[in-house]
Structures are given as structure tokens and as C-alpha cells.
Design a protein around this ligand. Structure first.
Ligand SMILES: Cc1ncc(COP(=O)(O)OP(=O)(O)O)c(N)n1
Ligand SMILES: Cc1ncsc1CCOP(=O)(O)O
Ligand SMILES: [Mg+2]
Length: 224
């Protein structure tokens, strides 16, 4: 994930993979490799919940090179200090986490800092003005991965992308079957957990299905 909007050489909407909330790094490494070798992925977010800092460090040390060797940005959820310490490309922080300002102070200007904005134009405007590298909206669809308290609509993506340069990420229950309205509305990135790691034919099939759906929706949007 380069900082800023995708260039003309890049697809208009790209995949943003978020890891399952619990994983065993050595067992997960081949799955991550399989997913990243299956097609275009802009970014991987390591999102481990209920883990010690040492567990997160160990996971970063093993998984970060797999992404970075493939020019895929590796972003850590929730922990800006650990992100800096372990050589991640950036951090994702939510409204209850470290503030944007502190995360930026910890990581410096070259790092990617993304912010959860739920379904809120107001939160997104603040994040954009403060200098966030992307704003994340969701949940767009029902999800079993996280208890989602907010429900976002595709119009939020079209409003944002028509008005703002800062890229927007859509998250929450996104699958190859339901993603078309989000792509058409202007999502720069689709963030997914279960559609890839829970795909019945494995993560490579998940990445291929999502990229095919993104391409089909982008083609349809250009034609229409
Ligand atoms: C890309 C992306 N968008 C939203 C979130 C959610 O962040 P947050 O609200 O801090 O919740 P947790 O993920 O920490 O449970 C995200 N992680 N990534
Ligand atoms: C982290 C997060 N934030 C809002 S929904 C969500 C989980 C998305 O996972 P899935 O793609 O499996 O619905
Ligand atoms: Mg968080």
C-alpha cells in the first residue's frame, strides 16, 4: 500500500487482508504466503486480540518479511510502539486506541497510519485533516469476526471519494459475492478476514475470487 491514492498503474480498488484474531505464526506463515502469491494484495494487517506483546512481536518477526519481500505493506493493529519496534510499515488505530497524533509521533511521517471511522463523516473529516493515510468505514455487512456496533452504507464511500483525496477502506462482512456496490461506490481498499482465511478452498482461492469480483465491478463501473 503506497501512501496516497492508487496511481493509474494500480487498480482503483485493492485487497487489504486482515489476519484472523488468533493464530499460531508458524502454522499461519504458509497460508499467508499462499494468499499473497495468489494475486494482487496491497496490504496485510496483523490483528491479534488477547495476545501478549511478546506473542505479537514473534508474529511480526515471522510474518512481516513474507509481506514486505513481496512489496505488500505490513501494518500492525492497535500497537504503534510495537509497530515501530518490529519494523512494520504502519499501524491501524481505532477510536478507543492510541490517538492519531500520538501514533504519528511514535511512528514518524513516513509510516502509514490508518484510522477507524465507523459510519461517521465527522470522524473521517477529522482523521483526514489530521493527516491519516486512510480512513476505514464499516461494518458494511454482518460479520462474525468482530462485534460490529456500527453499520455503514455504500453512499458513505461515494461521498468521501468524491470529496477527498485520502483513500478509504471498506470493512465488515465483505465477500466476492457482495463487494460490487463498495467497489462501484469508490472504495480504494476492501479489508477482509473471513472471505480469505475462511474460504472453503483456502486463502489463495479467496484472494482470486475477490480480485476477480473487484475487476468485474471496476469494468462494469467504467462501462456504465
Ligand atoms: C482496516 C480496518 N478497519 C477497521 C478496523 C477496526 O479497528 P478498531 O475499531 O480499533 O477495532 P479492532 O480491530 O482493534 O478490534 C481495523 N482493525 N482495520
Ligand atoms: C476488524 C473489523 N472491524 C470492523 S468489522 C471487522 C472484521 C471484518 O472481518 P470479516 O471480513 O471477516 O467480516
Ligand atoms: Mg483497535
Amino acid at each position: 500500500m503506497a501512501k496516497g491514492k492508487p496511481t493509474q498503474a494500480e487498480p482503483a480498488c485493492r485487497l487489504y487482508l486482515v489476519t484472523p484474531p488468533a493464530l499460531e505464526p508458524a502454522a499461519f506463515a504458509p497460508l499467508l504466503t499462499e494468499a499473497l502469491d495468489a494475486g494482487d494484495v496491497a496490504c496485510v494487517q496483523l490483528r491479534l486480540k488477547d495476545c501478549s506483546e511478546d506473542d505479537i512481536r514473534r508474529a511480526c518477526d515471522l510474518l512481516r518479511p513474507i509481506a514486505q519481500e513481496r512489496d505488500v505493506a505490513f501494518i500492525l493493529n492497535d500497537h504503534p510502539r510495537l509497530a515501530r519496534e518490529t519494523g512494520c510499515d504502519g499501524v491501524h488505530v481505532g477510536q478507543q486506541d492510541t490517538s492519531y497524533r500520538d501514533a504519528r509521533k511514535i511512528l514518524g511521517n513516513d509510516a502509514i497510519v490508518g484510522i477507524t471511522c465507523h459510519d461517521s463523516r465527522h470522524l473521517a473529516m477529522i482523521a483526514g485533516e489530521e493527516g491519516a493515510d486512510y480512513v476505514a468505514f464499516g461494518a458494511f455487512f454482518p460479520t462474525a469476526t468482530k462485534t460490529a456496533e456500527y453499520k455503514a452504507e455504500p453512499e458513505l464511500l461515494s461521498w468521501w471519494s468524491e470529496l477527498m483525496e485520502v483513500p478509504c477502506v471498506a470493512i465488515g462482512g465483505i465477500t466476492a459475492e457482495n463487494c460490487a456496490p463498495l467497489v462501484t461506490a469508490g472504495a480504494d481498499f476492501l479489508a477482509v478476514v473471513n472471505a480469505v482465511w475462511g474460504h472453503p478452498q483456502g486463502p489463495a482461492a479467496g484472494v482470486r475470487a475477490l480480485n476477480a469480483a473487484i475487476e468485474a465491478s471496476t469494468g462494469a463501473a467504467l462501462a456504465g
